[in-house]
Design a protein around this ligand. Structure first.
Ligand SMILES: Nc1ncnc2c1ncn2[C@@H]1O[C@H](COP(=O)(O)OP(=O)(O)OP(=O)(O)O)[C@@H](O)[C@H]1O
Ligand SMILES: [Mg+2]
Length: 462
C-alpha cells in the first residue's frame, strides 16, 4: 500500500519484530527513518538511548526465556542431559563435576548478570558501554561469540550427542527445541541490529542492516551448482591441499563436500583440459526450469544454506554412496542409470499470483529418489530425526574395518538438521516449506517465499 501513512513508535516496532518474520524489513526501514528524523531534530542521543534500552531488554528477556526452555528440556529428557558421562561423550571441556545443563545455567547466569549490571548504569554510561561494545570489533565478536557458543546451537548440539536420539523425538521436547531455535535467532539478530544501526549512525548513512534487499533466487540456484562444480574440482582441491601443506595451515573441507562430490560424479562433470578448462555436465542429472522472478528480501546466507540442505537431501535420496580408498563413490539408483535416463532431480522456480498485489515465489525440488515412508512424513520435519544416520553409521563401521578410509569421511551429515533448519528459514522469511508428496518413486519439496510489497510511508509520532 504505497503512500499510506503509518504511525509507529519504536516500542510498536520492537513489538512487531517478535517473530522476526521478514515483513519486518519494512519496519526496519521505518526505524532508520525515525532515527534520521531524530538526527535532524538533534535528538540523536536520546533516540539512541531509547533504542539501545529497548533492544537490551529484548536481549535480556531472551536469555531468561532460553534458560527456562533449558529447564523444561532438562525435565523432559531426564536423565540423558544431566548424565555425568555427557561431557566426555560430547567432547566438551567442562569443569569437574559439571554437566551440560549445569554449565549452561552457569553461563546463562553470567550473561544475565552482565546485562543487569549494564541496565543499572546511568543513561549515558549505559549508552557508552553498549556503543563501545559494538564499535570495537573484538568486544562485539566476544559478546556475539558468547551468545552463539553458549546459547545458540545448544539445541543442535543436543541432537548430535550420542544417546539423545529417543529422548528428543517426543512432542514437548521438539517444541522446546523449536522455541530455543527462535530465541537464538532473536538474540543474534538483536545484537546484529544494534551494531548495524550504530554503524549507520556513525557513518551518517541509512542502513538496511543485515538484510540483503535484492536476492535473485534464480541466480542463487544457478550459482549453487557452479559452486558444487568448483568445490569438487579435483585439481582445485589438490592445489588447496598443497598450499595448506606449504603454509602449515590445516586444509578445511568444503562444507557441502558430500553433495558437491556426489554431484560431480552423478552429473558426470568434465572439467576439460589445458589452460582454458571449462567444466560442463555430461549427464542430465539435474534439470532446472527457472523463471525470472522479482528480487526478494532475504537473509542471503541462511537461505542459501537452507536450499543447499534440501538439494543435499535430494541428491542423497537418488544415489548410493560408498566410501572407498579413493574417496566417496556415488552411484545413481538403478532407475537413473544410462545415458538417456530422465533427470533424477528437477528444480523449478515460478512466481505465483495471490490476492491483491501479493505474489509468492515458489521453488520446487522434485527428486526420483527412494522417498520418505508415509508414516515418517511428519517426523521428517523434526529436529534430530534422521533415518540416514543409521545408514551412515553402518557405512562408518564398514569403512572403519577397512582402516585405510578416514573416519571423518563418513561421519559428516546424518544429524537430522537439514530439513527442520530449512523449514525454519523459509518460515522466518514469511514463507513455508512442505513435503508436498513422497512415495517410493520420489519426493517433492515445495518452498514458498512471499515477494515484497511496497513499504508504507512513515509519519512519526512524537
Ligand atoms: N528428498 C528426500 N528423499 C528421501 N528421504 C528424505 C528426503 N529428504 C529428507 N529425507 C529423509 O528425512 C530425513 C531427515 O532429513 P534431514 O535433512 O533433516 O536430515 P539428514 O539428511 O538425515 O541429516 P543432515 O541433513 O543433518 O545431514 C533423512 O534422514 C531422510 O531419511
Ligand atoms: Mg539432510
Amino acid at each position: 500500500m504505497a503512500g499510506k501513512e503509518t504511525h509507529l513508535s519504536l516500542g510498536d516496532w520492537l513489538q512487531s519484530m517478535r517473530m522476526w518474520k521478514f515483513e519486518t524489513l519494512g519496519d526496519f526501514a521505518r526505524v532508520t527513518r525515525w532515527l534520521d528524523v531524530c538526527r535532524k531534530k538533534d535528538k540523536t542521543v536520546k533516540a539512541m538511548s531509547t533504542y539501545f534500552r529497548n533492544m537490551h531488554s529484548v536481549l535480556r528477556d531472551c536469555t531468561t526465556q532460553y534458560e527456562e526452555k533449558v529447564i523444561a528440556l532438562d525435565a523432559a529428557t531426564k536423565p540423558v542431559l544431566t548424565s555425568m558421562d555427557m561431557p566426555a561423550l560430547s567432547g566438551m571441556q567442562l569443569s569437574t563435576g559439571e554437566n551440560l545443563i549445569s554449565s549452561f545455567h552457569k553461563k546463562a547466569a553470567e550473561m544475565r548478570e552482565w546485562f543487569d549490571g549494564l541496565w543499572k548504569k546511568p543513561a549515558d554510561e549505559f549508552l557508552n558501554t553498549w556503543s563501545e561494545t559494538v564499535d570495537d570489533s573484538e568486544k562485539y565478536f566476544n559478546l556475539m561469540n558468547r551468545l552463539v557458543r553458549d546459547f545458540a546451537n545448544f539445541e543442535v548440539l543436543i541432537i548430535c550427542l550420542p544417546g539423545t536420539g529417543s529422548a528428543i523425538t517426543n512432542k514437548p521436547v521438539q517444541q522446546c527445541l523449536e522455541d530455543m531455535f527462535w530465541l537464538n535467532m532473536r538474540m543474534i539478530r538483536m545484537l546484529d541490529l544494534i551494531r548495524t544501526v550504530r554503524q549507520s549512525w556513525r557513518s551518517n548513512r541509512r542502513s538496511w542492516g543485515f538484510l540483503n534487499p535484492t536476492t535473485d533466487l534464480r541466480d542463487m540456484i544457478v550459482t549453487l551448482f557452479q559452486e558444487y562444480i568448483e568445490e569438487a574440482d579435483p585439481i582445485r582441491i589438490a592445489a588447496k591441499q598443497a598450499k595448506a601443506l606449504s603454509t602449515g595451515r590445516s586444509y578445511s573441507k568444503y562444507r557441502f563436500w558430500r553433495a558437491a562430490e556426489s554431484f560431480r560424479q552423478m552429473a558426470g562433470v568434465d572439467y576439460g583440459s589445458g589452460q582454458d578448462r571449462t567444466p560442463r555436465m555430461t549427464r542430465n542429472y539435474i534439470k532446472t526450469d527457472l523463471q525470472s522472478v522479482p528480487a526478494v528480501v532475504t537473509d542471503f546466507q541462511r537461505l542459501d544454506w537452507a536450499i543447499k540442505e534440501i538439494v543435499n537431501n535430494a541428491l542423497a535420496a537418488t544415489c548410493v554412496i560408498r566410501f572407498e580408498q579413493q574417496g566417496l563413490m556415488a552411484e545413481p539408483l538403478a532407475r537413473h542409470m544410462g545415458a538417456s535416463s530422465a533427470s533424477a532431480v528437477k528444480i523449478s522456480l515460478v512466481a505465483r499470483e495471490g490476492a491483491g498485489d501479493k505474489k509468492t515465489l515458489r521453488l520446487t525440488v522434485t527428486d526420483g529418489g527412494h522417498g520418505i515412508p508415509r508414516d515418517h512424513l511428519y517426523s521428517t520435519y523434526l529436529w534430530g530425526y534422521s533415518p540416514r544416520r543409521a545408514e551412515l553409521q553402518a557405512q562408518f563401521l564398514e569403512s572403519h574395518a577397512k582402516k585405510s578410509v578416514k573416519k571423518n569421511a563418513v561421519l559428516i551429515g546424518g544429524k537430522g538438521i537439514g530439513m527442520p533448519f530449512a523449514r525454519a528459514v523459509f518460515r522466518e522469511h514469511g514463507g513455508d516449506l512442505t513435503i508436498a508428496d513422497s512415495s517410493d518413486v520420489g519426493t517433492t519439496i515445495i518452498m514458498d517465499i512471499p515477494a515484497p510489497s511496497a513499504v508504507p510511508q512513515l509519519k512519526l509520532i512524537s
